[in-house]
Design a protein around this ligand. Structure first.
Ligand code: FAD
Length: 517
């Protein structure tokens, strides 16, 4: 492979000598503005990810200076017989999706793009590079312009290009759709090496293909994201439930309420937790402040192994009177809350609320559960099957918890655009289930193989029970499984691949297509 690169450098850029094969000269050979590191230094970052379950040895890590560098790398790969190229956002994938075994990994974070706010036809947008972190987008938009994107992920040290290649889901999704529903325009370098600006009306097949496209059709180098005025503060609320049916009924009521009557929460999520004093999985995971305490005496005697917690947020401004905020919250809550239900509330700044998972990251780094394997599992489960899913998966397989959050909350299909590459279960309402394991590494914690096997057991029980579900952030090893995942959208996905990356150069870590096909 290195021999190939030497030849490539030599053939295409004649001033570089064949034997001069270190990273600097290769960079010069390709005339990149950025740098290329194809020896040991680059492998650490490019060959691993947050999941920590897969590791590969890429040929090189490329730090592009901009879009033209990315196009050059893809065009160079296309002149080879087997080189692949993977964009790496922040490497927060679980199953090696941003890796390229023996190929070129592009570090998208190294592109220093300005974050620019623009106003067009009365709507405000932010133009950001594909490698920008959402946390930086937040800080820049709020502090510089008093504006913010409408749709988020829970954790913001993820890149714009990385989440747009999947969907980008959080508590605002019921209202504004996933992040893929909040983009007006993107700049993409396709697998053919062409740089195209696309939108709903311009190169629309590429635009919709790339959104949720698992990096298969092009590398997102810029995105134009819709903004709205940022609130100052958030009332952050948690309400405890004993029965899944009641929890689901209220969560669905709140996410559909916005459609009909207007007033609603700005954020609706929720999670399951263990009905015990287990310090990680149990009651103590619910309170929002150190002075709050879960009180088990509130509970019915006949409760099951798990409890459920709705997590809600209402935005407000500093000029709003506390009594007005209380009134709105009470009005919204009284429709779902039985008087004896435990409720926790705090007021935090909007930015603090959106950065809330940063605290969890710091905590995990301190207790040794961040830099260890994370065999996470994310699913979308149809409302039709969610009560059975709770019975079969949560109450049986996961009744002792997973050493981290077990999110489950409803989303509305009407907020997702069918033209994107994302696949969803049928029906108007489906739930996201996110099993976010934070276990100590073996032998202090369970062996990773056991956790991976538990994930497999969950998927098998969904199949066995005929649940209507799809994996989110999917991971499969065979073409047949991918075909099944995409279902009736498989043909469209394959056609898009043939149009935009016919040589199957891009995102080989997804294991959907291969250069040898
Ligand atoms: P990477 O993992 O680096 O890349 C993911 C895929 O996208 C790869 O195939 C890669 O090749 C491709 N890619 C990367 N950049 C580009 C680009 N510019 N153009 C084209 N393709 C590209 N997801 C949610 O929806 N909601 C959440 O709340 C949420 N929270 C998370 C919290 C944590 C702690 C972690 C680890 C993950 C979370 N995720 C969440 C998952 C996250 O959306 C995915 O990991 C996603 O891939 C983004 O991560 P990344 O930017 O590091 O991308």
């Amino acid at each position: 492979m290195i021999a190939f690169l030497e030849r490539l450098v030599h053939e295409n850029e004649s001033e570089v000598r064949l034997e001069d094969d270190d990273g600097t000269s290769l960079c010069k050979g390709l005339e990149l503005q950025g740098s290329i590191d194809y020896l040991s230094n680059g492998r650490g970052l490019a060959g691993k990810d947050f999941g920590g379950v897969h590791a590969t040895k890429p040929l090189a890590l490329i730090r592009p200076a901009g879009t033209e560098d990315i196009a050059r790398v893809i065009r160079a790969a296309s002149r080879s017989s087997n080189l692949t190229v993977a964009a790496r956002g922040n490497g927060h994938s679980i199953n090696g999706q941003a890796m390229a075994d023996g190929g070129l990994v592009i570090d998208m974070r190294s592109v220093e793009d300005a974050i620019q706010v623009v106003e067009l036809n009365g709507t405000t947008y932010v133009d950001v590079g594909g490698g920008a972190l959402w946390a930086d987008v937040l800080q820049r938009c709020v502090s510089g312009f008093g504006q913010a994107p409408r749709s988020w992920t829970d954790y913001l040290d993820l890149t714009v290009g990385g989440t747009l290649s999947n969907a980008g889901v959080s508590g605002q999704t019921f209202r504004y759709g996933p992040q893929t529903s909040n983009v007006a325009e993107i700049e993409v370098v396709t697998g053919r090496g062409d740089t195209l600006v696309c939108s709903e009306t311009q190169h629309s097949e590429l635009f919709f293909g790339v959104l949720g496209g698992l990096g298969q059709f092009g590398i997102i180098t810029r995105a134009r994201i819709v903004l709205q005025p940022a609130p100052d503060m958030v009332r952050w609320i948690r309400v405890v439930y004993e029965r899944f049916e009641e929890y689901a009924r209220d969560a669905e009521f709140l996410v559909t309420r916005h459609e009909g009557e207007g007033e609603s929460f700005d954020y609706v999520e929720g999670f399951a937790f263990v009905n015990s004093d287990d310090p990680v999985n149990g009651w103590s995971s619910v309170a929002l402040a150190p002075d709050q305490q879960f009180c088990p005496t509130y509970l019915d005697r006949a409760t099951g192994p798990l409890l459920y917690c709705l997590e809600l947020a209402l935005h407000y401004r500093n000029v709003d009177r506390p009594s007005t905020v209380d009134m709105v919250v009470d009005r919204l809550l009284e429709q779902v809350r039985l008087s004896e239900r435990q409720t926790f509330e705090v007021d935090v700044s909007y930015v603090e609320f959106l950065l809330r998972v940063k605290h969890a990251e710091q905590h995990a780094k301190a207790n040794g559960t961040w830099d260890v394997p994370h065999p996470w599992l994310n699913l979308f489960v149809s409302k039709r099957d969610v009560v059975d899913f709770d019975r079969v998966v949560f109450k049986k397989i996961l009744k002792h918890g997973i050493g981290g959050p077990m999110l489950i909350y409803p989303l509305l299909r009407s907020k997702w655009d069918d033209r994107t590459s994302v696949v969803l279960p049928d029906g108007d309402i489906f739930y996201i289930v996110a099993l976010l394991r934070f276990n100590l590494s073996y032998p202090k914690g369970p062996p990773v193989e056991e956790l991976v096997a538990q994930n497999r057991e969950i998927i098998h029980s969904c199949i066995k029970n005929n649940f209507d579900f799809k994996l989110y952030l999917p991971h499969y090893n065979s073409r047949e499984e991918w075909k099944q995942h995409f279902g009736k959208q498989w043909t469209r996905f394959v056609e898009r691949k043939a149009s935009f990356d016919p040589m199957a150069i891009l995102a080989p870590g997804q294991k959907i297509f291969s250069r040898n096909d």
